[in-house]
Design a protein around this ligand. Structure first.
Ligand code: PBG
Length: 326
């Protein structure tokens, strides 16, 4: 035998030398839940290892992030009051706006990303303005723009619309520019599926729809070409980055989007994907560190330039301490 692939697998150093995929903490984004109030530091039962913070305790996790080497945070808000039009999402003193001001002031070098959506702020839990049981796409655009502009004004470097309304990137871009914020970045959840794997998040954020589901706006899991269409539309409308979500179950879509995208492609390893690994590890079925690392490298291998994950801090620490071995 002349060709022996095993020659390159003999030692960790050789395997590391020839590894086709690299992962760095620079690529990682950490999602954080902020609840209105003071002194909040509460465990999230559906997401073991994750906590909810209030704006005043938010710097504690930012401190841990920067110590671990994670420099981007994605913010989700839990307002005290909800209404039909999600006022808490865009009011000047909304929970995310408060957190952004505090966070940006104390950690100016970190990158702050605001999740732009209405479901955590509406009494009905849908991602837009309702008429009867239908989310009105075009009317919702006006509200999404308000949310994005107010988050950017409060200090968000990046706004990330996760609503799946048509035309959302164009509307938000126009709104940011009109408000004199032409350099604020749009990271669009362009290819977002109607997934069962958001279950733990909806518990964490209190954002489950009061009736029905999101299938009239989020994508059908059976489709990949439609995902390319969504990505192309958002890129044409000015998205600076696009996202495929969920990540682990949609590696084929991630690869396909990466192949056509002229902009960086991110992915979100969602709450259900995280919780599944946690549960299997807690049962002793799998090794948590190896499973989380393998999952992250799989996302990178499929083409992710940016990875949003609840495991960001763990991964960054393992990478820093040389604890990830294949
Ligand atoms: C808001 C939003 C959701 C997630 C991110 N942004 C929930 C949803 O669409 O129902 C899910 C994130 C996760 O599951 O980790 N629309």
């Amino acid at each position: 035998m002349i060709v022996r692939p095993r020659r390159l697998r003999q030692t960790p150093a050789i395997r590391n030398m020839v590894a086709e995929t690299r992962l760095s903490s620079d690529m990682l984004v950490y999602p954080v839940f902020i609840r209105e109030g003071h002194g909040i530091l509460e465990d999230i039962p559906s997401l073991p290892g994750q906590k909810r913070y209030s704006p005043d305790t938010f710097p504690r996790i930012l401190e841990q992030m920067s110590a671990a080497g994670v420099s981007s945070v994605l913010l989700f808000g839990l307002p005290e009051h909800k209404d039909e039009v999600g006022t808490g999402a865009w009011e000047e003193n909304g929970v995310i706006q408060q957190a952004l001001r505090i966070g940006k002031k104390e950690f100016p070098n970190l990158t702050f990303i605001g999740d732009v959506c209405m479901c955590e702020y509406t009494s009905h839990g849908h991602c837009g303005i309702l008429h009867g049981h239908e989310v009105d796409n075009d009317e919702t655009l006006e509200y999404l723009t308000r949310i994005a502009v107010s988050q950017a004004a409060a200090g968000a470097d990046i706004v990330a619309p996760s609503d799946m309304m048509d035309g959302h990137v164009a509307a938000i871009r126009a709104g940011l520019d009109a408000a004199g914020m032409k350099n604020k970045i749009i990271f669009s959840y362009a290819v977002k599926y109607a997934s069962a794997f958001y279950g733990p998040f909806r518990d964490a954020a209190g954002s489950a729809p009061a009736f029905g589901d999101r299938r009239a706006y989020q994508m059908d899991p059976r489709n990949v070409r439609e995902g390319l269409k969504e990505a192309e539309i958002d890129i044409d409308e000015g998205a600076d980055l696009v996202m495929v979500k969920p990540g682990l179950l949609y590696l084929d879509v991630l690869r396909a989007v990466k192949e056509i995208s002229p902009v960086p492609v991110g992915t979100y390893c969602v709450s259900g994907e995280y919780a599944m690994i946690k549960a299997a590890a807690a049962n002793g079925r799998i090794d948590e560190q190896r499973a989380v690392s393998e999952a992250a490298f799989s996302l990178a291998r499929a083409g992710a330039d940016v990875i949003i994950t609840y495991s960001a801090l763990d991964l960054a620490r393992w990478l820093r301490d040389g604890k990830i071995a294949f």
